[in-house]
Design a binder for this molecule. Structure first.
Ligand code: PNS
Length: 158
């Protein structure tokens, strides 16, 4: 059966930074579940269906990666999937500051360990929010997101 890791996120939309983290996680665990959830603190742009389609296009071909949605507590989703490990990418100290309380909360309420994976330097400035902002004003983000996301953003802001 092997060890399953969960890569959670809002993926609104998935960026090349996310792809990097998912690929590196998939290279080190038997199974990876990419869990697309809702961050209550963020206003969404793509609906769940669109985000799932874009995730599928970006990482769906990886043989040990499954894409799923969750609506509720991450620790409950992990328990349903028999996963004791969550992997999240971090770009900088701000990410560490926001991820640490969540990691500790998830360890406290669900015995889920979180591994924080430093993102590659190429993606240190890439976030879904900035990508959306640049695309909204006609900027070129084609090097920063998977091709399907680039197309979706161009369609959205055409
Ligand atoms: O991509 P994001 O915005 O960093 O993803 C955050 C997400 C969706 C993974 C996080 O908000 C989450 O886990 N939400 C589910 C609800 C939950 O478990 N909240 C308690 C976290 S300590």
């Amino acid at each position: 059966m092997g060890v399953t890791a969960v890569c959670p996120g809002s993926f609104d939309p998935i960026t090349n930074g996310h792809v990097d983290v998912i690929r590196r996680t998939a290279a080190r665990f038997d199974q990876v579940v990419v869990a697309c959830g809702r961050n209550l603190g963020k206003q969404g742009m793509f609906d769940l269906e669109e985000r799932l389609g874009l995730l599928e296009e970006a990482v769906g071909e990886l043989p040990n990666v499954e894409i799923a949605t969750f609506d509720g507590l991450l620790v409950e989703f992990c328990a349903q999937r028999g996963a004791g490990v969550v992997v999240k990418g971090i770009r900088d100290g701000a990410d560490v500051s926001s991820e640490l309380p969540m990691a500790r909360m998830n360890a406290a309420i669900g015995s889920v360990e979180t591994l924080l994976l430093p993102g590659g330097p190429l993606y240190s400035f890439v976030s879904s929010s900035l990508v959306k902002e640049v695309a909204r004003f006609g900027g070129d983000v084609s090097d920063l997101v998977p091709p399907a996301v680039d197309h979706a953003l161009r369609r959205r802001f055409a």
